[in-house]
Design a protein around this ligand. Structure first.
Ligand SMILES: CC(=O)[C@@H](O)[C@H](O)COP(=O)(O)O
Ligand SMILES: NCC(=O)COP(=O)(O)O
Length: 244
């Protein structure tokens, strides 16, 4: 079974487009949790274009460290971000190498280059009991460097998979993810995945064994508008529940 962590960035984006607290991010976390999701993810960006620092702290109150539903905070590890994560104390922090003005996440870490800095951040967060995951492109070369950082997990950046889904390119793309996941697991690193996953492409991706968690937001919110939250979450939970 793979855990489903719903990313609430787009709920906050909708809220920020007006001057009042509607839709409320915590209320939506509660709705998704009531439907059975196992995790909530946010990606507070420096410009607070969607999730704010306050949203992160409010969700931390709902999902304190040790709660059954996992709180995952993703983001670029600036000093501000690290302090926010320490204050929120989520179950997991996913370190993402995004520039402040980036439209969305579009690459994983060069772990070989940033190994020492990542190791320092990992031990700092792990001192608070926070699991650390490193956002990674499918790359055997990069995954070899992960154990030296001390991170417990990687999150495979799945945009390339999603883009190839349904085309001939999938034949070469999916094996690169499977090989990276297998190598990570052999090195004792657990594997998460996310970015542009949706109801169409998820089950084929989850043919890769032992993916611990998928974080899904953008497409899931669109699917909720089209099909309704109850049905969409049930479909995701079925796919995730069938995963090896
Ligand atoms: C880290 C990652 O995979 C991203 O998908 C991210 O969480 C989405 O960020 P935006 O919602 O800002 O595009
Ligand atoms: N880590 C990926 C995530 O949280 C959501 O990505 P997306 O589904 O919004 O592309």
């Amino acid at each position: 079974m793979t855990k489903l962590s719903v990313n609430l960035n787009k709920i906050a984006l909708l809220r920020n487009s007006r001057g009042r607290d509607f839709p409320n991010v915590v209320a939506f976390a509660q709705k998704f949790i009531a439907l059975g999701v196992q995790g909530i993810t946010v990606h507070p960006r420096q410009d607070e274009r969607h999730i704010t620092r306050q949203d992160t702290l409010d969700l931390a109150q709902l999902l304190p460290w040790g709660s059954a539903v996992e709180f995952n905070i993703e983001g670029y590890p600036s000093e501000d971000f690290l302090q926010l994560v320490e204050k929120a104390r989520p179950a997991q922090c996913t370190l993402v190498p995004d520039a402040p003005d980036q439209l969305t996440s579009d690459h994983g870490w060069d772990v070989i280059k940033h190994r020492q800095a990542l190791a320092k951040m990992c031990s700092r967060l792990q001192a608070q009991g926070i699991r650390v995951s490193i956002f990674l492109d499918p790359s055997l070369e990069q995954v070899e460097a992960v154990p030296a950082t001390g991170a417990e997990r990687i999150e495979l950046y799945t945009e390339a998979y999603a883009a190839a889904y349904g085309s001939n390119q999938l034949e070469s793309v999916l094996p690169s993810y499977a090989a990276t996941a297998a190598r990570a697991q052999a090195l004792g690193i657990e594997v998460n995945a996310g970015h542009d996953l949706d109801l169409q492409n998820l089950s084929q991706f989850l043919q890769i064994p032992a993916i611990k968690e998928v974080s899904i937001g953008h497409a899931l919110m669109v699917e909720c508008i089209e099909q309704g939250m109850t049905s969409v979450v049930a479909q995701y939970l079925t796919i995730c529940g069938e995963a090896a």
